[in-house]
Design a protein. Structure first.
Length: 285
């Protein structure tokens, strides 16, 4: 099994972000996490992909052992950090970006301002206006604020686990399980996620603008969970339809259903997601 080695990447302003790197060859695959969750979410997928190419996952500012970032944590600020990371680990060379949930907003925003840095993209159940309509944002913001507040007194665990759905409870012992559960238990991650949810796109203007622009002009695979959690059957169906239609409009788009997943594909069907990433990498060579 390809080892994954922890490290630090230095940004232009001197801040350092925690990284986990493994594999060799190109193109480099960079994994981006969703709000409230850090790099352990990608470990099962990254281990598989690292057998085929160089890989790197990282913690955004404020997560894990990464340094804090300047406030507010807007989309441009988060994208600037990602650009700084790419310049540090892959200067001048386009990379494949893989992101789950809210990460998709950041990856699409990066591709809009720095298309030369992106060779391809794999989106795992991305945040879309179908999955998270504007009417749902007050609930999302309140949930993150509550978990972040409880984390200051160490009382956030049950609510944090519930927020991540039944897939978390179904995890079996194996690669990445302990790290993922530890990340969920770490209050700092939820406070960082709360800052992002509060600051990044509070009026839901960035995401609709990115969606109107369409997917970036590179190969893009969207892996979407097709198994609804309780209470989300209608939104899950809308998400599947939205991502399929978006991929169909794109000359290099591909939509793949993940029948064993709802929202958190990286830990619910890591093998399927890894296979799609590897296929995209091979197609670029």
């Amino acid at each position: 099994m390809t080892p994954l080695v922890p490290g630090r990447a230095r940004l232009p302003d001197g801040r350092a972000l925690a990284t986990l790197e493994g594999g060799a060859g190109g193109p480099l695959v960079v994994f981006e996490s969703g709000a409230g969750i850090c790099l352990p979410v990608w470990r099962p997928v990254q281990r598989i992909v690292a057998a085929h190419t160089r890989t790197l996952s990282y913690d955004r500012a404020g997560y894990g052992t990464s340094d804090d970032g300047p406030r507010p944590r807007t989309v441009p600020a988060l994208v600037a950090d990602l650009r700084g990371l790419l310049d540090a680990v892959s200067p001048g060379t386009p990379v494949v970006l893989a992101g789950v949930s809210f990460a998709a907003v950041l990856l699409r925003a990066l591709a809009a301002v720095a298309p030369d840095r992106v060779a391809g993209m794999v989106l795992a159940d991305p945040t879309t206006s179908a999955l998270v309509p504007p009417s749902m944002m007050p609930f999302v913001r309140t949930s993150f604020a509550l978990i972040a507040g409880l984390s200051r007194v160490g009382a956030h665990g049950p609510l944090a686990r519930a927020a991540l759905g039944p897939g978390l409870a179904a995890l079996v012992p194996g690669d990445g399980r302990d790290g993922l559960l530890a990340a969920v238990a770490e209050g700092r991650n939820w406070r960082a996620g709360n800052a992002e949810v509060r600051d990044a796109d509070p009026r839901m203007r960035v995401l609709p603008r990115l969606e109107r622009a369409g997917l970036p002009d590179v190969p893009v695979t969207t892996v979407v969970g097709s198994r609804p959690d309780r209470g989300e059957r209608r939104r899950r169906a809308a998400q599947v339809a939205f991502t399929a239609a978006e991929a169909a409009r794109h000359p290099h788009g591909r939509a793949v259903a993940s029948p064993g997943s709802s929202h958190f594909v990286p830990w619910q069907e890591p093998e399927l997601l890894a296979r799609e990433i590897v296929d995209l990498v091979h197609g670029l060579r």
